[in-house]
Design a protein. Structure first.
Length: 162
């Protein structure tokens, strides 16, 4: 007598988690390819893109705010920012508004790099999602935002991202 299956679904393709995993891996492959010319990891890109977004929207570019925005845990964020600083893309300095906070800023090289990297990643995104008509893409965005919002409420601590 065999033991009962622990799986909820008869067919693996029916699992929303497996489908999300496959979709994420496919998207990540495109992002990695887009970022290769810039020598950036996805985590580093998320930090730099968030920093650029913060600058454009007059938000405080503290290390903590960047981590919260990109959903990167403190340890991973700190290591990635140190690498970005060593690569000459960002600077760190004490925040004027809070002695405990660290503000992140671009170097001239970092600003040029992220401007080009954003164009490359957004182009890869457009290619990846080109198979969805605009209405379906908006539905996907709405559903994804709902799921992210639900998870943020139930688990406010960001997960580790490398």
């Amino acid at each position: 007598m065999s033991e009962p299956s622990p799986f909820l679904y008869e067919h693996a393709e029916e699992s929303p988690g497996l489908q999300l995993w496959k979709l994420t891996k496919l998207w990540q492959n495109g992002a990695v390819t887009a970022l290769q010319p810039f020598g950036l990891t996805q985590t580093q890109y998320a930090i730099l893109a968030s920093l650029r977004w913060f600058e454009e929207h007059d938000l405080q570019p503290t290390q903590r705010h960047l981590g919260d925005h990109a959903n990167i845990d403190k340890m991973t964020l700190s290591k990635a920012i140190r690498r970005l600083e060593a690569a000459g893309l960002v600077t760190r300095r004490g925040a004027s508004h809070d002695a405990r906070a660290t503000e992140i800023g671009f170097t001239a090289r970092g600003r040029r790099t992220i401007a080009k990297a954003v164009v490359a990643v957004e182009s890869a995104d457009e290619t990846f999602f080109a198979g969805l008509d605009p209405d379906r893409l908006q539905t996907r965005l709405r559903l994804t935002s709902e799921l992210i919002g639900q998870q943020a409420v139930s688990d406010p601590a960001p997960a580790s991202r490398t």
